[in-house]
Design a protein around this ligand. Structure first.
Ligand code: G1P
Ligand code: ZN
Length: 544
């Protein structure tokens, strides 16, 4: 097989963001765009000759085209084997597991996560390393540097691989194994959780709705929930992955899962509602009459993890991203285990997990996971919740209330302002940053006194690296916080994320509406940052 070296010219916009390179499909469709980026990744790696590369995606539009290109490039660049999910499918956590399980060199995860798909939607490519987690910054920085100077890529003139056919094929000299995307992952879940107990829960009449949002988790949820765990057929809805997610927005939050939320708030609704996003790493958890915020869910899962077989000996520690509420910190303190605050993005958890310093990690953006893989894992969170419900035999609402009565409640919300003019957003954050040195000690209203104000810098305790400018945070003496940062995953303009948190002690009032409880902080953040005033928006695009 002849290897072709094709001349190309660099694209200026191939800088990986929080989670790989996400762009509009039309950007990815430009000639050589995929090839340049994948070649830049390979050029930034060493020692993969003859090794295995895992490839899979969330099934969105352009997945199939990009995968065929990536396979040809992998072959030409000397990989020995590619393992690819049937029809190009692999959820992000399943891809992480396959990389680890088969000791692959790394993997390409093709997804734009919760962003809409289809010809007018988004596409993305992310490189994961051999531990199954997203490449650390030193690799993504090298990839970006390479994209700026790349002048050729290597490919082969070979026919498309039959992605629908499970089994072994060849692409040039390289072996291509098309694998069942669900089987290994489902076996992993079965090894972590008490499946007989969960089967018993469903057998006792417990009802659930799982919304796969026409994205990747459909086949996994069908196989695990309705197959292995005996949940009635129909428990999983929107379970067939579609290239445009059925024209929906596969982000499992209260905006895009509003109909399910409304149903859960009625007496006739199911006992438990859950959803996952485009690539299967996020989760939404709603009990009857009780939405569980992702930050609370992290704390609750950590506090109850010992009820599942995998964690019965306890957890080593917890990590959360900086903007995530401090609810989990209180659990860690009570358990006497390590607690780590990291920058936004799952890649920062990898070192802590590899070093065995933490077992459970989470982000306020509906991401929770553990040391079983190196990505957040939507179905894992749902199954751990089910395991806990099966053992505790209480409702979600009762478990949440008991948790607050023990640890106190961290009222928490995030206000997103999407597609804001990038220059305005950048200036707004710069101006707030400039105010930070003058804030500590200042009082606002009756009980808000600033304890600290800074731009978060993370010092990785495992490899000693430092990541600066990870978000502006203003902390108050009563534990309240205002956090502001710019999204690193948006594809149009800038997205401003404003995170607000207030702590109410164990014996305090836990029954307030979240937005009402946070009203003084919402008003103060407008005084300090002026988002509405400067952007001309009257309200956030999304409130979670
Ligand atoms: C967002 C979330 C972050 C998550 C990332 C990838 O990043 O905020 O927690 O890890 O998506 O799913 P952001 O757009 O804020 O940079
Ligand atoms: Zn995702």
């Amino acid at each position: 097989m002849t290897i072709q070296t094709i001349k190309t010219t660099p694209f200026a916009d191939q800088k990986p963001g929080t989670s790989g390179l996400r762009k509009r499909v039309s950007v990815y469709q430009q000639p050589n765009y995929v090839e340049n980026y994948v070649q830049a990744i390979f050029d930034s790696l060493e020692g993969f000759a003859g090794q295995t590369l895992v490839i899979g995606g969330d099934g969105r539009f352009y997945n199939d085209v990009a995968i065929q290109k990536a396979i040809r490039l992998a072959s030409a660049n000397g990989f020995g084997r590619v393992m690819v999910g049937q029809n190009g499918l692999l959820s992000t956590p399943a891809a992480s597991h396959v990389i680890r399980h088969y000791k692959a060199f790394g993997g390409l995860v093709l997804s734009a996560s919760h962003n809409p798909g289809g010809p007018d939607g988004d596409f993305g490519i992310k490189y994961n390393v051999g531990n199954g987690g997203p490449a650390p910054e030193k690799i993504t920085d090298a990839v970006f540097a390479r994209t700026k100077v790349i002048d050729s890529y290597k490919t082969i003139d070979a026919p498309d691989v039959a992605l629908d056919r499970i089994g072994t094929q060849k692409s040039g000299d390289m072996v291509v194994e098309v694998i069942d995307p669900v089987a290994d992952y489902a076996a992993l879940m079965e090894s972590l959780f008490d499946f007989p107990a969960i089967r018993g829960l469903f057998a006792s009449g417990f009802t659930m709705m799982f919304d796969a949002m026409h994205a990747i988790t459909g086949p996994y949820a069908h196989a695990i929930l309705e197959g292995k765990l005996g949940a009635p057929k129909g428990t999983v809805r929107n379970g067939v992955p579609l290239p445009d997610f059925g024209a929906g927005h596969p982000d499992p939050n209260l905006v895009y899962c509003k109909d399910m939320y409304d149903l859960l708030m009625t007496a006739d609704g199911p006992d438990f509602g859950a959803a996952s996003d485009g690539d299967g790493d996020r989760n939404l958890i709603i009990g009857k009459n009780r939405f569980v915020t992702p930050s609370d869910s992290l704390a609750l899962l950590a506090a109850n993890a010992h009820l599942a077989p995998a964690y019965k000996r306890g957890i080593a520690g917890i990590a959360r991203s900086m903007p995530t509420s401090a609810a989990a910190d209180r659990v860690a303190a009570k358990l006497g285990i390590e607690m780590h605050e990291t920058p936004t993005g799952w890649k920062f958890f990898g070192n802590l997990l590899d070093a065995g310093r933490v077992t459970i990690c989470g982000e306020e953006s509906a991401g929770t996971g553990s040391n079983h893989v190196r990505e957040k894992d939507g179905l894992w969170a749902v199954l751990l919740w089910l395991n806990i419900l099966a053992v505790r035999k209480q409702s979600v609402d009762a478990i949440v209330r008991e948790h607050w009565a023990t640890y106190g409640r961290n009222y928490y919300t995030r206000h997103d302002y999407e597609e804001v003019d990038a220059a305005i957003a950048g200036k707004l954050v710069d101006d707030l940053r400039a105010q930070l040195p003058s804030l500590p000690g200042k009082s606002f209203g009756e009980d808000l006194q600033v304890a600290y104000a800074d731009d978060f810098t993370y010092h990785d305790p495992v490899d000693g690296s430092t990541s600066a400018k990870q978000g502006v945070r203003i902390g108050f003496t009563d534990g309240s916080r205002i956090v502001l940062r710019l999204s690193g995953t948006g594809t149009v303009g800038a997205t401003l994320r404003l995170y607000l948190e207030r702590y109410e002690a164990a014996d305090g009032n836990h029954g307030l509406d979240t937005q009402v409880a946070l009203e003084p902080l919402i008003a103060l953040s407008e005084t300090l940052a002026g988002i509405k005033q400067r952007t001309g928006r009257t309200e956030p695009s999304v409130i979670t």
